[in-house]
Structures are given as structure tokens and as C-alpha cells.
Design a protein around this ligand. Structure first.
Ligand SMILES: NC(=O)c1ccc[n+]([C@@H]2O[C@H](COP(=O)([O-])OP(=O)(O)OC[C@H]3O[C@@H](n4cnc5c(N)ncnc54)[C@H](OP(=O)(O)O)[C@@H]3O)[C@@H](O)[C@H]2O)c1
Length: 266
């Protein structure tokens, strides 16, 4: 049971990178946490750090979100612990580098399961209660979906990853529209290259793209938190990334795709 007078944020992918920094920010801001990822040891370490620093209470769910039943299990665990989730952060995600026709099929499908299906499933499970509560509590219920600047154009050599992130943006913007006037908000955070475990895990450490530098996970997480709290539907982290996202709109799609191919090559 978490401390009753604190709001609770559920964060997927809280064991590393952007999700871990988001957990630190929510703890600093007085939230209790539900921390979800596979690495239970990392989550326990984080929970103990945050309890010492801010008195944060955390429920740890060491769960593989590529399992189709995982989102329902997460809901079940929070319900059993009598936790009201005020903020849902769908951050867990991974990429797979390489030619689509040659990449491991199972890994490819797990990527869709995590980046698209689990995110959609968790949102659908937690959203109705948020809408219901918002009828009586002002501004109750916020959802932060972590997409990417990959969302703005196709991405050869990470074709499925880019496509999953386009889905996240479109879903988020549509839901933000549907929820207008309910008191519940949906924000889509679009980071550019960020220094985390992501590229190593995607086997994408030699891309030209990485030579242009990376933002640090803390700055990206702060941008996401502030956009979420101000109810902004879409937030691109970093001015350079914002400029790149805008410039893509001016190009023919074939050219934008060809440029991404160049930046994705090793
Ligand atoms: N880094 C970038 O350049 C970049 C740019 C744009 C967008 N993003 C997006 O930002 C989000 C966070 O990525 P990151 O950069 O922080 O990468 P990261 O350091 O690799 O962290 C990914 C997080 O997702 C969790 N995760 C991975 N597979 C999981 C699974 N099957 N079940 C549950 N949790 C799982 C990981 O925890 P466990 O391994 O413990 O499960 C980890 O906490 C992702 O959605 C990513 O697509 C990243």
C-alpha cells in the first residue's frame, strides 16, 4: 500500500535511461511510483535510492511487457495493492537495427508487442478510471507516451522501429483530441538521439546519426515531465530535434526517407 495522500505515477521501462530519469523527477515532485521493467534488481536499487532521497514509496513490478498478458497483470497488481494510477508513462521500448528481410522475426514482433501493443493495452486499461475520476477531481489523469523523432519520417534500416513510433504519435494525438474537455491529457514525447542503453541494445552503435551528438536522458525526461504537466499534446525534446522535425515537412517523402537511410548507415 502506497502513501494515500500522494499521487502515483506508473512508469514502464524505469530501470534504465529516460524512464529511470523520469522516475527520479516524479519522486522529486512528491509522487509515489509503480516501476515496471524486466530488471527487478535495478528497480529495487532505484526504489531504495528514491525512498532515501524523497521518502518515495514504490511498487516494483518486474515484468516482461512483450508477454501478451503483461499489461493485464500490471493492472491486476496495482488494483490488488489499492493503487490509483494518476499518471501513466508508457516509456518502455526498443529498436532493432538492420534490413527488415534479414532481421530476426521473433525480435521484430516483440518490438511491435512492446512499442505498440503493450502501450495501447496499458492505456486502454488505465484510461477509463482516469476519465471517471476526472469528473470529480479537477485535472486528474495524465498519460505520457514516449515516441521519438523517428515518428516524423520512414526509417530504412530501422523500418519497424520508426513505424512503431509513428503509431505512438498518431494514437497519442487522436486520444488527446478525444479527451478534450474530460480533464485527462495525453502527451507524446519525441526525443532525438539520447545517451542511454538504447543504441547498444538495438545493435546500432555505428550509425552516422550518432556523430551529431546525443542529448542526456535527464534533460529529455525534464522536457517530457514539463510537457506532460502543461498538457501539451506533442513535445519534441531539444531545439535541434525540433528544427529537424520541422524541416522534414518541407521535403518530398522519398527524399526525407533517403536522407534517413544515409544517417542510419554505419
Ligand atoms: N535513446 C534514444 O536515442 C531514444 C530516442 C528516441 C526515443 N527513445 C525511446 O525512449 C524510450 C526509452 O528508451 P531509452 O533510450 O531510455 O532506452 P534504454 O536505456 O534501453 O531503456 C529502455 C527501458 O525499457 C525497458 N524495457 C525494454 N524491454 C522491455 C520489456 N520487454 N518489458 C519491460 N520493459 C522493457 C528496459 O528495462 P529492462 O531491460 O529492465 O526490461 C529499460 O528500462 C523508448 O521507448 C525508446 O524508443 C529513445
Amino acid at each position: 500500500m502506497l502513501v494515500a495522500d500522494h499521487k502515483t505515477a506508473l512508469i514502464t521501462g524505469a530501470s534504465f535511461g529516460i524512464g529511470l530519469e523520469l522516475a527520479r523527477i516524479f519522486a522529486r515532485e512528491g509522487y509515489n511510483l509503480v516501476l515496471v521493467a524486466r530488471s527487478g534488481d535495478k528497480l529495487r536499487q532505484l526504489a531504495s535510492e528514491l525512498e532515501k532521497a524523497h521518502g518515495t514509496r514504490s511498487l516494483i513490478l518486474a515484468t516482461d511487457l512483450t508477454e501478451p498478458g503483461a499489461p493485464a497483470h500490471v493492472l491486476d497488481q496495482t488494483t490488488r495493492a489499492d493503487i490509483q494510477v494518476d499518471v501513466l508513462v508508457n516509456n518502455a521500448g526498443f529498436g532493432q537495427y538492420g534490413m527488415f528481410a534479414e532481421n530476426d522475426l521473433e525480435e521484430c514482433l516483440r518490438q511491435i508487442q512492446l512499442n505498440v501493443t503493450a502501450l495501447t493495452h496499458l492505456t486502454r486499461l488505465y484510461l477509463p478510471a482516469m476519465i471517471e475520476r476526472a469528473k470529480t477531481e479537477r485535472k486528474s489523469g495524465r498519460i505520457l507516451n514516449v515516441a521519438s523523432t523517428a515518428t516524423f519520417q520512414p526509417g530504412p534500416l530501422m523500418a519497424v522501429y520508426f513505424a512503431t513510433k509513428a503509431y505512438v504519435l498518431h494514437l497519442s494525438e487522436a486520444l488527446a483530441n478525444e479527451l478534450n474537455g474530460t480533464g485527462v491529457t495525453v502527451t507524446c514525447l519525441c526525443p532525438g538521439v539520447t545517451a542511454t542503453e538504447f543504441h547498444k541494445r538495438a545493435n546500432a552503435t555505428g550509425q552516422r546519426l550518432l556523430k551529431f551528438g546525443a542529448m542526456d536522458a535527464r534533460t529529455v525526461a525534464e522536457d517530457g515531465y514539463h510537457a506532460l504537466m502543461s498538457g501539451k499534446p506533442v513535445a519534441i525534446s531539444g531545439f535541434k530535434n525540433w528544427l529537424l522535425a520541422q524541416s522534414v515537412r518541407l521535403l518530398p517523402r522519398w527524399l526525407a526517407t533517403a536522407i534517413v537511410r544515409k544517417t542510419q548507415e554505419q
